[in-house]
Design a binder for this molecule. Structure first.
Ligand code: GSH
Length: 121
């Protein structure tokens, strides 16, 4: 079972690589405003999780620079996600607002919708 999961994961990564979205081009000032906004976000994810791939592709499509944190391979991030977010489930977007308050957003569709709304401003 683990080997099948591993093979499927590699297939997902190859397909993602081959069909990678280009990324929207913006005026530098507009991109800088967005970069400042997304600097306070982090995506907790696994490399070959299809739901995470979906969110990473949305980030790429919208040219959003968001730090990715591997909750499986990078030590500490899985624990952080569980303790602070409430579930060890990916993808999860950590959003810190101007007051330092943190929101943990689960569900790939909600995250993509949120990122599209951020990029639309
Ligand atoms: N409906 C969720 C599904 C996410 C999901 O199932 N993620 C898997 C990894 S591919 C996971 O974290 N499973 C661990 C768990 O559910 O506890 C979404 O669209 O984000």
């Amino acid at each position: 079972m683990a080997i099948i999961r591993w093979i499927l994961g590699r297939i997902i990564l190859v397909l993602d690589f081959l069909t990678r979205p280009r990324g929207i081009k913006r005026a530098p000032e507009q991109q800088a405003v967005l970069d400042a906004q997304t600097a306070r976000m982090a995506l907790y994810q696994y490399a070959a999780c299809p739901f995470c791939v979906k969110v990473r592709r949305a980030m790429r499509r919208q040219s959003l620079k968001i730090e990715t944190r591997d909750a499986k391979k990078q030590s500490g991030f899985g624990q952080e996600l569980l303790e602070q977010g409430g579930q060890l489930k990916v993808p999860c977007l950590r959003i810190e607002n101007d007051n330092g308050e943190v929101q943990w957003m689960y569900e790939s569709s909600d995250i993509v919708r949120y990122l599209d709304s951020v990029a639309a401003v």
